[in-house]
Design a protein around this ligand. Structure first.
Ligand code: F2R
Ligand code: MG
Ligand code: MG
Ligand code: MG
Length: 344
């Protein structure tokens, strides 16, 4: 059982890296042609070894995993500093201008204790960020904790180091929950999967409403819509993008990643029929266009957690930078996870 778990833990972080590396070429492209995308992945084996670079999505995921493994728990100052130092060491990974600014502040101010959350609260004229940068790096949290309440709490805390807007950190919680449910499901039923996410997000969005004086539950609303769309035949990508989005806002990309995973449980077209579950999820989500590296990375983390390594495209793995490290981090997180299970 531990062996099978190891495969799923590894495939989750590897899936995140593959989605990032393969998606990054098209980031910001509204219309991605399936023909080009298929040609890209078929040509992977002609490339020089490991030359497909990862971006900020993977850089930050590695920091989350590294900090959790070393401290065996969430330590805010350490994690914030890891993000900032990783950025300083290698700033040309496609970070957004907003987050680059935040890292400069973290490095300059030498913040301690609760102060590390302050720069994030100052972002966007004090509104905080609702970008998908917290969701894109959250997969290690679902691999570190067996307990769902811990996952929600730690996902929120890590998110708030950079994303103080409710849509930013709730998006991270939703993505962490999706990885968690995928990891522990032997045979995903689309409707029950979405219903489990709604059941967890309902109270989270309701309590957010209490403090923001709003009746809206935007993530639950999209999840409800998802149930309808998962049952539709001949769904066009324009329809999917219109309903779920493909942008840099967490609300326009986390639901899209979850939809991609569920939609690709069965190969939807002949083109994708030759691919493994993880591979077709990544190809499909990049094809949706927009914030392709991030949506494919999040969809890849969910799909990898479900399918395990049997489904990982070994060809792709050889040509994407950061796969080995992802596997090592997954092993470290599994050890942590097993210790927590024993302590229960
Ligand atoms: N940034 C990119 N890609 C485009 C730029 C590439 C780069 N400059 C290059 O030269 O290669 N990709 C990466 O960023 C996304 C994650 O962003 P994150 O970490 O959430 O950043 P930020 O700045 O917090 O938010 C992103 C954008 O969202 C809008 N936004 C967020 N909160 C807002 C608010 N309260 N009010 C108004 N706008 C808000 C802004 O436009 C932010 O720039 C991933 O795609 C990752 O791959
Ligand atoms: Mg790469
Ligand atoms: Mg990126
Ligand atoms: Mg992106």
């Amino acid at each position: 059982d531990v062996v099978r778990s190891r495969f799923r833990f590894r495939a989750s972080l590897v899936g995140a890296v593959l989605g990032d590396c393969i998606g990054s070429k098209y980031e910001g492209t509204a219309r991605v042609r399936m023909q080009n995308l298929i040609a890209d992945v078929r040509a992977l084996h002609e490339r020089d070894t490991r030359d497909l670079r990862y971006t900020d999505d993977t850089a930050m995921t590695r920091s989350v995993a590294g900090s959790l493994i070393v401290h065996e728990k969430f330590v805010a100052e350490d994690m914030a500093l890891r993000f900032a130092k990783e950025f300083q060491k290698d700033p040309c990974r496609g970070y957004s201008p907003g987050i680059s600014n935040l890292f400069e502040k973290l490095l300059q101010r030498n913040l301690t204790g609760g102060e590390v959350f302050r720069p994030a609260e100052e972002q966007f004229q004090g509104k905080g960020s609702y970008g998908n940068g917290a969701a894109m790096r959250v997969a290690p949290v679902a691999l570190a904790y067996p307990d769902i309440d811990c996952i929600k709490e730690v996902a929120r805390q890590i998110a708030r180091l950079t994303h103080a807007h409710v849509l930013g950190y709730n998006g991270a919680i939703l993505q962490a929950l999706a990885v968690h449910f995928a990891l522990h499901d032997e045979n995903v039923d689309k409707m029950s999967f979405v219903n489990k996410l709604i059941a967890e997000m309902e109270p989270i969005e309701a309590s957010a409403n209490a403090s923001f004086n709003s009746a809206d539950k935007p993530y639950c609303k999209k999840l409800e819509k998802m149930k309808e769309y998962l049952n539709k035949k001949n769904l066009s990508k324009e329809d999917v993008v219109k309903q779920f989005g493909h942008g840099v806002r967490a609300l326009d990309s986390v639901p899209t990643a979850i939809f991609s995973f569920l939609h690709c449980l069965e190969p939807e077209s002949e083109i994708l029929a030759g691919f493994s579950g993880l591979a077709r999820t990544i190809v499909y989500s990049v094809w949706l266009g927009g914030d392709t590296d991030t949506i494919a990375s999040m969809a890849g983390a969910i799909a990898g957690a479900y399918y395990g390594v049997e489904s990982s495209p070994t060809q792709w793995m050889q040509y994407c930078e950061g796969v080995k490290e992802a596997e090592q981090n997954a092993d470290g997180l599994l050890a942590l996870y097993c210790r927590r299970v024993q302590e229960r």
